[in-house]
Design a protein around this ligand. Sequence first.
Ligand code: AMP
Length: 644
Amino acid sequence: MRACPISCTAVKQQFSTCSRKPKDVNQMTRGNPCQLPGMLPNYDPNDSEAGMKILEDLTENVEQIQQRVLEEIITRNARTDYLKGFLDGQFDKQVFKKTVPVVNYEDIKPYIERIANGDSSNIISAEPIIELLTSSGTSGGQPKMMPSTAEDLHRKTFFYYLLVPVMNKYVDGLDEGKAMYLLFVKPETKTPSGLMARPVLTSYYKSNNFKNRPFNRFNVYTSPDETILCSDSKQSMYCQLLCGLVQRQEVLRVGAVFASAFLRAIKFLEHNWKELCSNIRTGHVSDWITDPGCRKVVSLVLNKPKPELADLIEHECSSKSWEGIIKKLWPRTKYIEVIVTGSMAQYVSTLEYYSGGLPLVSTMYASSECYFGINFKPLSKPWDVSYTLIPNMAYFEFLPVKKKNEDGAQYVQCNGVCKENCMEKETEKEDVETVELVDVKLGRYYELVVTTFTGLYRYRVGDILMVTGFHNKAPQFRFVHRRNVVLSIDTDKTSEEDLLKAVTKAKVIVESLGILLIEYTSYADTSSIPGHYVLFWELTSKGNNHLPVLDPKIMEQCCSTVEESLDSVYRRCRRNDNSIGPLEIRVVQHGTFDALMDFCVSQGSSVNQYKTPRCIKSGEAINVLDSRVVARFFSQKAPFWEPV
Ligand code: AMP
């Protein structure tokens, strides 16, 4: 790709000069670099200095850029059905903020459904919606769907390019080798009108922006695209690991998008290293790799028998302990690139065990709605990671939230979730004012609200962030937690309400046998890979206080019923991706939940306001429950799932 002839220090001017839209946005990356869509300065991603300059300019001019982004979005979309209703043809920012409401998914769902059903008028966006991105979280049993436009792919590409100079600033020589990134696509489906509906990363990897990406010497992958794009996740994993092992001496960094996916790959390696070594020894790819694209490219990478390499890998893998295995297998690796913030923080210690002390790098914070922020200090420890929101990605607003315990009593120590989750809107009034990006205050908590180029207006993302500092004038945020999520193993996000619904369905089974569920709670057990949901149930026989005799078949049915009742992302992870293990119910003896309450009160909970936490994170609280377990049952079948 040619470098942009416009000086990168002139990013600010570019925002106003480069906003001409090309006729065919799919052609944009190959044409004149300055014909990028509005608000996206172009530059050569091989030129780290230029990249850093762009980041400096973006973070210096936050206020102007945010104003310009909002102007651009309103100007383009004021005549859409959605905005027309509020703006009445006015292109005014003040009117926008006064009249356009802050919304949740339920508020925009009718508009999304019209798009899914084939209404091609300007419903929410003047740009055509080319596909819908299925996000985690459900609405009425269906996954939420976020709009996407052709231009949006370029915004994502721009964002990915910006990660390169940041990494180069901290780690030298990344152009002297390769990255073993284990990337995967997920199943996709079509809406009734034929629009593609799929997860955001699948959409990106299948796009021309990814497939036809220009060569970047800082970003050479060991996985050929065919192995990433293979829809059979087992073949994809096998082939990517095989390619990574064969090129082990060239690998300078390893990773996956989320920590959970990377650990799954290590487990896969644990189960399959003998076969992988045999392929390397003979130079022949296993016959069960039937995907023609994969077979072809992997055979090329394998090239010829490599018995010495096979011996070496075999030696490392047959060691009793896999502590530090990453460093042993890929000795030049400088860091592991995986998101370890938010719900992924639960994997840090396991990753540290396998990594042999390599830094864990969370580069970015993004979602199906929009890509948000970049970690400007990629080598910081997982608990110190902050993301700087990139001001030309969207128009950002913030709903102030406060910790409940600031008022005193409601701080429930024994519930690790609540410890962080005890957040509420600053006022209970619905019309609480949002704060702009430049006005957030250090140390304060906010819920993120976005107005995107793709047709979301003042949309509550559901993430709670804390301001930790500033890079130039751009605030930096620590990801605190996601609103209402109590359980998460992989990309699943189960809320207290989802869990209650699922448990309510399952308990009907035991109730019909005269058994009552008197209390329950849960936790995400990640001590084994893949992790799984654990429910603690206290049961009693109707009419007396005795622990009933339990039929294992019935209890296993309860486990399956809970799984069947959880949302489609959970069921996909469990059935299709194998990234969640079978759900477990641990039945506890009588009085266990009283003991839990005593423990919580001893930790500072108020007796008057005590409510059983529906999810436990504190190790000590889990011990209180675990020491009273009388029986364990696991789901015996994966729940039903198909792309929806
Ligand atoms: P989805 O809507 O399925 O695309 O998931 C997006 C959500 O994943 C975000 O809104 C966050 O809650 C979470 N997420 C994404 N990136 C990060 C990150 N770097 N750290 C913590 N949570 C993240």
